[in-house]
Each structure stands twice: as C-alpha cells, then as structure tokens.
Design a protein around this ligand. Structure first.
Ligand code: HEM
Length: 126
C-alpha cells in the first residue's frame, strides 16, 4: 500500500529543493532580476517543514549513525542556501553581490543533493 502522505511530503520536498537550487544556478549563470521574496520564502518553509517530517519518520524507523552525521551537514548547508537566497531577494542587494552569493548557494545545493542520495541509500541499507 503506497503511503500517500509520505509520497506527498517527499515530492513537496524535492520540488521545493528544485525551485531553490534552480534559483541559485539561474542567479549565478543567467544573472536575472532580484527574485520576489515569496518565491524564496515559500519553498524554503516547505523544505524545512517536509524535511523535519521526513527526519522524524526516518529516525522513528531507525537509521544508521552515519545518516545522522550526513543529516547534520545537510541541514547546515541548507541553512546556507536559504540564507543566501533570502539575502539575494532583498532590495538592497546589488546584482554583483547576488551573483557572488548565488555561486556559493549553487555549490551547497549540489552537495546537499549528493548527501540526500547517500542518506536514502544508507537508510535502505545499500
Ligand atoms: C536547499 C535545501 C535542501 C535541498 C536541496 C534538499 C534536497 C533533498 C533531496 C534531493 C532529498 C532526497 C529525496 C529522496 O530521494 O527521497 C532530500 C531528502 C531529505 N531531506 Fe532535504 N533538502 C534540503 C533541505 C532540507 C532541510 C532543511 C531538512 C530538515 C529540516 C531536510 C531533511 C531531509 C530528510 C530527512 C530527507 C530524507 C532522507 C532519507 O530519506 O533518508 N532537507 N532532501
């Protein structure tokens, strides 16, 4: 039986991740205008909410100790990505600073995805 709630939360998490990390790559490599704050704040809030839910499900089911280590690193990198994109959405942030900050967020975002894939593999015993 498909756990519908888990599918919805996992999908919301991945789509929100695509929006934020995609924004970082776009701001760095395509320049582009200042993103509207709701465009950053909404996926950021969804990422934290669905991420915490997934974390509680995974820990309740039991995960290897390395999963916790990866989660901690992933969470810190996520805070970096979210903070940088919120700063890039502020009116006082100029384009040069936005591009510089976005480069760091793009790298952190890519590293997060690698960590997430490793966490899923660890949890599934691969
Ligand atoms: C920019 C920020 C973030 C990105 C790009 C991101 C990306 C991802 C991706 C791609 C997955 C794998 C999805 C899958 O195959 O199931 C994932 C899983 C997960 N994420 Fe995030 N995430 C971010 C932020 C967060 C935050 C803030 C939290 C916690 C509050 C979090 C907690 C989790 C958890 C617990 C999992 C499940 C891992 C597992 O199934 O073992 N994520 N994330």
């Amino acid at each position: 039986m498909v756990d519908f709630v888990a599918v919805v939360f996992r999908s919301l998490h991945i789509v929100s991740a695509m929006v934020l990390v995609g924004a970082a790559f776009y701001l760095k490599f395509a320049g582009g205008n200042r993103p509207p704050m709701p465009y950053i704040a909404t996926p950021a809030a969804l990422l934290v909410a669905t991420g915490l839910w997934q974390m509680m499900q995974a820990v309740a089911a039991g995960v290897p100790s390395r999963w916790h280590m990866f989660f901690g690193i992933k969470f810190l990198l996520a805070l970096h990505v979210i903070a940088v994109l919120v700063i890039s959405a502020l009116p006082k942030t100029d384009e040069a600073k936005r591009s510089r900050l976005a480069f760091g967020a793009a790298i952190s975002g890519a590293a997060i995805v690698v960590l997430a894939v490793a966490m899923v593999a660890l949890r599934q015993g691969q």
